[in-house]
Ligand binder design. Sequence first.
Ligand code: ZN
Length: 83
Amino acid sequence: MTTVWISPSATSFSCLCEPCLEAARRSGLLFADALMRASVRGSIPATADVSSRRCAAGHEIVLRRIERPASLPHHDDRQLALS
Ligand SMILES: [Zn+2]
């Protein structure tokens, strides 16, 4: 099973199915072909935190949305200069 982390505002994703990538690699495919075969793309509603998809070969891919970093301060150039 592949877990893919997506950003808080993303409504689409593209990822690689790890089992497919591994299988393609083992069967001696060219890397570019392996990437193409393992590539999974789709969309996810902005309100969904977790969703799952299946790749063309039927492996499950779990999409998890990274939580918004509510407690983190805004990026600040002064902090950067101090550290
Ligand atoms: Zn797969």
